[in-house]
Design a protein around this ligand. Structure first.
Ligand SMILES: [Zn+2]
Length: 89
């Protein structure tokens, strides 16, 4: 199910690990956040928050404490949610 062309087949491939998607039908490709940006016509940050909200993940990128590792884990979870988004869309 690809949102970029008229498609009812499983042409869309998503790799949560690589955070990439690719459509074998129309050739659309990019990262998962970019995918949300495209279909929702929103900015990177909005796409991120959209997915985080869906996944029930609290992201606070203004946090000044050293939480790089935790943020990476949260971003990873967000990408998992993005992958689920592809599958159910
Ligand atoms: Zn396509």
């Amino acid at each position: 199910m690809c949102p970029f062309h008229n498609d009812k087949g499983p042409s869309l491939s998503v790799s949560p690990d690589k955070q990439l998607f690719h459509c074998f039908g129309c050739g659309a490709a990019g990262n998962t956040i970019g995918f949300i940006m495209k279909i929702r016509k929103c900015e990177f940050k909005d796409a991120l928050f959209y997915l985080a909200e869906r996944a029930g993940i609290d992201i606070n990128f203004d946090d000044t404490t050293d939480k790089n590792k935790e943020q990476k884990e949260r971003l990873y979870k967000i990408n998992i949610e993005a992958a689920r988004f592809f599958i159910i869309t």
